[in-house]
Design a protein around this ligand. Structure first.
Ligand SMILES: O=c1[nH]cnc2c1ncn2[C@H]1C[C@H](O)[C@@H](CO)O1
Ligand SMILES: [Zn+2]
Length: 360
């Protein structure tokens, strides 16, 4: 993309990110290096080729096939020092992209193959984030990173992961999530974990309404009591036209009325077939209907993207303005899993002044 005044403004705009997978954001060069160290075979031997392989393979039109690419990232995230490095680089890369607040998620149960236990995995990742945040600050980029612990929805460890999240809540873990193939694995499968988290006053988000439709969103909201929806793009199935007038079904109305945040990830959705194109992605219609939408990367490696790029795509292909981007940034901070006063401080002290400099 050529450098234009708008592209320059987007690069400088303060960003808030609620939905980014640690194992979906590795630097290709790091994967090449770590894979060589542990003797893991890769589908491409150089960083550029590997980056291209991830993006191309993830462009499959199917969430299941998209998820298959993660075997090559989780493979190199098994040793303590490797987890520290990947987390450190994640914080540095997000900060360099202008992200001032990020919630980064991963599934600890996928990092036990070299003998670490769940707590050791969490501590290694927290150490890496702390290092990255400190280095970024030294480079002049201030970022705050919160961690979400994910349980894989096809597996049966959600209660354990929920307890792990609660155990590490004072060390930077701010919430819990479920991810993985959605069809056939409804959120209610993990109801006991969600009930436990509610009793512990712990925040919850659920991947729902990405590869499966309204029943998945309904369960996440009404049965599991989620605070936010990961993607939630299929809520559009409950939005119709009554002549010229937009009509919300009961679930869509509930989601909008309750201001339930939607963690939307345009490029990822185009790759998995959840949306036809950036121009037609429901994020724009939902913005116009004033749902509590947020803009996210999902997997920077698989989508070869960044927050700046997602913003550029919406501006170029869906007619978004800087004011729209400021709005979703504030929405994200209103929806963040850190305390209210800290969210407010970021909105008033960082985001609003940052956009004011850009004339918004
Ligand atoms: O967009 C997604 N939908 C469902 N699951 C996902 C998505 N992106 C990543 N994951 C899975 C694969 C990762 O290994 C796991 C934990 O980050 O979460
Ligand atoms: Zn995701």
């Amino acid at each position: 993309m050529e450098t234009t005044p708008v592209a320059d403004a987007l690069a400088r705009a303060p960003k808030a990110l609620l939905h980014d997978h640690l194992d979906g954001g590795l630097r290709p060069a790091t994967i090449v290096e770590l894979a060589a160290e542990i003797g893991h075979g890769l589908p491409a031997s150089d960083a550029a080729g590997l980056g291209e392989w991830f993006r191309g393979s993830a462009d499959s039109g199917s969430l299941e096939r998209y998820l298959e690419t993660f075997v090559h990232t989780t493979a190199v995230m098994q040793r303590r020092d490797h987890l520290v490095r990947v987390a450190r680089e994640c914080a540095l890369d997000l900060a360099a992209d202008g992200v001032v607040y990020a919630e980064v998620r991963y599934a600890p149960e996928q990092h036990l193959e070299a003998g670490l236990d769940l707590d050791q995995v969490v501590l290694a990742v927290q150490e890496g984030f702390a290092e990255g945040v400190e280095e970024a600050a030294a480079q002049g980029n201030t970022i705050r990173v919160g961690t979400l612990l994910t349980a894989m929805r096809h597996a049966a460890r959600s209660q354990e992961i929920a307890e792990l999240a609660v155990r590490h809540r004072d060390e930077g873990v701010v919430g819990f999530d479920i991810a993985g193939a959605e069809a056939g694995y409804p959120p209610s499968r993990h109801l006991a974990a969600f009930e436990y988290l509610h009793r512990e006053n712990m925040h919850v988000t659920i991947h729902a309404g990405e590869a499966f439709g309204l029943p998945s969103i309904w369960e996440a909201v009404q049965v599991c009591g989620t605070d936010r929806l990961g993607h939630g793009v299929r809520i559009m199935d409950d939005v119709g036209l009554d002549g010229e007038k937009v009509r919300l079904g009961r679930l869509a109305a509930w989601v909008r009325d309750k201001r339930i945040p939607l963690e939307m990830c345009p490029s990822s959705n185009v790759q998995t077939g959840a949306a036809a194109s950036i121009a037609e992605h429901p994020i724009t219609a939902l913005k116009d209907l004033r749902f509590r939408i947020t803009l996210n990367t999902d997997n920077r490696l698989m989508s070869a993207t960044s927050m700046t790029r997602e913003m550029e795509l919406l501006v170029r292909e869906a007619g978004w303005s800087l004011a729209d981007l400021r709005w979703v940034t504030i929405n994200a901070l209103k929806s963040a899993f850190i305390p209210f006063d800290e969210r407010l401080a970021l909105i008033e002290g960082v985001v609003k002044p940052g956009y004011a400099v850009l004339g918004v």
